[in-house]
Design a protein around this ligand. Structure first.
Ligand code: WTA
Length: 646
């Protein structure tokens, strides 16, 4: 772990009081939050028991929490089903309420009520059963943002299959690795999906991926674009064909609360992506509660989270949390600038969206495109704005608040992770004072602290490591197939606490400000990428001998990728070629912004690449700190020159 001091660079003193008008609307008052938070920390079991009672259990649990550090079991002995809770449980009073309003990039709109969605999911579940999927089997999803993505996830949840959703922007290689790590039996994909006006060839990528995936038996294909695809006899099945033979009836399986609900791969500081495993009962209860409280859901809300289902935000706050809470969810397939930067605002106007949950990188792109886009649409339906994925800089926060929210919508800045499963730090709309740039206070049951490397708690405004001291229901259960990695990476760095990889500070009012990752993980446009993954992709190019990847501040993406590369003796490669190679190996999101060729990389005498120096070089800063362990100091100057020339 890095022991560098985390500097305070943000000086932001503006605060925004909860608007009087909004306070009439809110579900939670400040006093209620304080009282409930206290209860949730003093007696977590009583607190979570009360929340869990809102959901359906086929068999009641005997114990709320069984904690054997670092392994937690929540709602021990209970059986339940997440799809049943999102569907049948909501049918009594919401059968005709819209569950999903979907808009394609091409403008097509489809709407599903809770009754429609229940039927679609049951039928989809029957298709999976026909393909031989059994409880506990892994199913990989590689899909565009279409309603079938939600059907497929819920269908897996219904029969107890463990889904692993792979973002549709990932390459075939990344897909193959994830299928193999999970040992998936079935892959669900589509012919293609629309993105920025063109059709992404998902099936073709999938065909490449499944050349080397021995566990895979069937590929289920959704028809979205109608583009030409090759269907392999005996392996590939069209969804619309499979649906013809199935019944509308399907009974949800009563699953143990500890049943693995899904795997989602995310970047860690070392090695291959980690399969973060979430278990059914705890994840369900925690996403249900946070959706209801943090978004302050009301019966008539039209809720839009702009994430992709391939990320945790899409799992917890497009599909599971909102549908458990009986919300109307808007889902959009495409890019924010298709056909122009007014698209989001037009969607809000057309569908009368009340809650918008998006990412700082998108907000910064909108700012750059200009306020005339949002200003030419009617955004008066909006009442709440949310941000997630990376720190939101105060300028972007203020723009979001004034230009989009017209100073009448609270902005919530929600901090959480793939591993935490649900929102951990935020302010509650209407209850808390908002401080641009600062995420806010812990959610119920979340015992957060700022500590130093020895685990000693630090004082107000001191930068340190953000840790969580008590288990919470939606905490990851393990790294799939690797308990040891789970132990060492999350509970091994600082004794007896969950360490999240982020640096932060807490101010005198108890607000947490996240200052960024302290490990070798990049946050590009709100997406986590391990420097190691990008480095491995570069080194897989035959001309590359060694590569080191660092982030540098980027005005739109938050962090841009800079790669330093040494070539094999006598080999040649262009910057363009290597960028394209990374995009092919991992996906376009990992494409480096800059590649610099070097004769040598700065290393310690023990051979460790000094990333701290590379970070300073990449962002054009002066070299600070100790360089005495460097093997060859002249390397630095050469690298600086190569960056300046660009
Ligand atoms: C960062 C996304 C500051 C953080 C839900 C975290 C944030 C990582 C915020 C998790 C926020 C997420 N303010 N930083 N509101 N939200 N992050 O797993 O570094 O894709 O550790 O989960 O994103 O990214 P992940």
């Amino acid at each position: 772990m890095s022991d560098k001091a985390i500097e305070n660079v943000l000086h932001e003193n503006r605060t925004f009081e909860p608007q009087a008008a909004y306070q009439q609307y809110t579900n939670t008052s400040l006093e209620e939050y304080q009282q409930k938070y206290r209860q949730s920390i003093e007696d977590p079991e009583a607190f979570w028991n009360e929340v869990a009672q809102n959901l359906h259990w086929f068999d009641p649990y005997q114990q709320v929490l069984n904690w054997q550090e670092p392994f937690a079991e929540w709602f021990v002995g209970g059986t339940t089903n997440l799809a049943y809770n999102a569907l049948e449980r909501n049918l009594s009073d919401k059968a005709d309420k819209k569950a999903i309003i979907w808009e394609g990039e091409d403008g097509e709109v489809r709407t599903y009520t809770y009754a429609d969605l229940t039927r679609e999911v049951k039928r989809f579940a029957n298709v999976l059963l026909d393909l031989g999927v059994q409880t506990g089997d892994r199913v990989t999803l590689y899909l565009p943002m279409i309603p079938e993505a939600a059907f497929a996830m819920l269908a897996c949840a219904r029969i107890g299959a463990v889904h692993s959703v792979v973002f549709g922007g990932f390459s075939s290689g990344a897909l193959a690795d994830r299928i193999n790590d999970a040992g998936s039996k079935v892959l669900i994909t589509a012919d293609g999906g629309y993105r920025r006006g063109s059709a992404v060839p998902l099936k073709r990528n999938a065909d490449d991926a499944v050349q080397n995936t021995p566990s895979l038996e069937k590929v289920l294909v959704v028809k979205r674009t109608g583009q030409d695809v090759q269907m392999q006899e005996g392996r590939d099945v069209w969804l619309h064909d499979a649906l013809q033979n199935v019944s509308d009836e399907n009974e949800a399986v009563a699953l143990d609360a500890q049943h693995p609900h899904f795997i989602l791969y995310t970047s860690g500081s070392t090695g291959k992506p980690k399969g973060v495993l979430h278990a059914l009962g705890g994840y369900m209860v925690n996403t249900y509660l946070t959706t209801k409280t943090v978004f302050d859901l009301h019966e008539d809300d039209i809720y839009w989270c702009t994430a992709d289902v391939g990320w945790i935000t899409g799992h917890s706050y497009i599909v599971y949390g909102p549908l458990l809470a009986g919300a109307t969810v808007l889902m959009y397939e495409g890019a924010p600038n298709q056909p122009d930067w007014g698209r989001f605002w037009k969607i809000i106007q057309d569908h009368k969206v009340t809650i918008l949950y998006t990412a700082p990188t998108a907000i910064r792109s909108f700012m750059r495109a200009g306020s005339e886009f949002p200003n030419s649409y009617d955004l008066s339906s909006l009442r709440l704005l949310g941000s997630v994925g990376e720190p939101i800089n105060p300028e972007a926060w203020i723009w979001y608040y004034t230009v989009i929210g017209k100073e009448k919508c609270p902005v919530i800045d929600t901090w959480w992770q793939t591993e935490t499963g649900s929102i951990m730090i935020t302010t509650l709309p209407g209850a808390h004072t908002m401080k641009p740039g600062s995420a806010g206070v812990p959610m119920y049951g979340v015992d957060v602290a700022i500590v130093d490397a020895d685990g000693q708690e630090l004082g107000a405004d001191e930068g340190g490591f953000l840790v969580i001291r008590k288990p919470w229901p939606s905490m990851l259960r393990t790294v799939y197939g690797d308990d040891n990695r789970y132990k060492t990476q999350y509970w091994g760095e600082i004794p007896h606490v969950y360490f999240a990889g982020d640096g932060a500070r807490r101010d005198k009012d108890g607000y947490f400000t996240i200052v960024g990752r302290i490990d070798d993980v990049l946050n590009v446009s709100g997406h986590r990428l391990g420097t190691m993954e990008v480095e491995s992709a570069l080194v897989s190019h035959p001309a590359v001998a060694e590569a080191a990847v660092v982030g540098r501040p980027d005005p739109i993406k938050g962090e841009g990728i800079v790669a330093f590369v040494t070539l094999q003796t006598g080999a040649e490669a262009t910057e363009q070629e290597l960028k394209a190679h990374v995009a092919k190996e991992i996906g376009a999101i990992a494409r480096p912004d800059m590649i610099r060729f070097a004769e040598a990389l700065p290393k310690t005498r023990s051979g460790k690449i000094m990333r701290r120096l590379l970070r300073q070089i990449a962002s054009g800063q002066e070299i600070k700190g100790d360089t005495s362990t460097l093997e060859d100091v002249s390397v630095i100057e050469k690298l600086q020159q190569s960056v300046q020339q660009s």
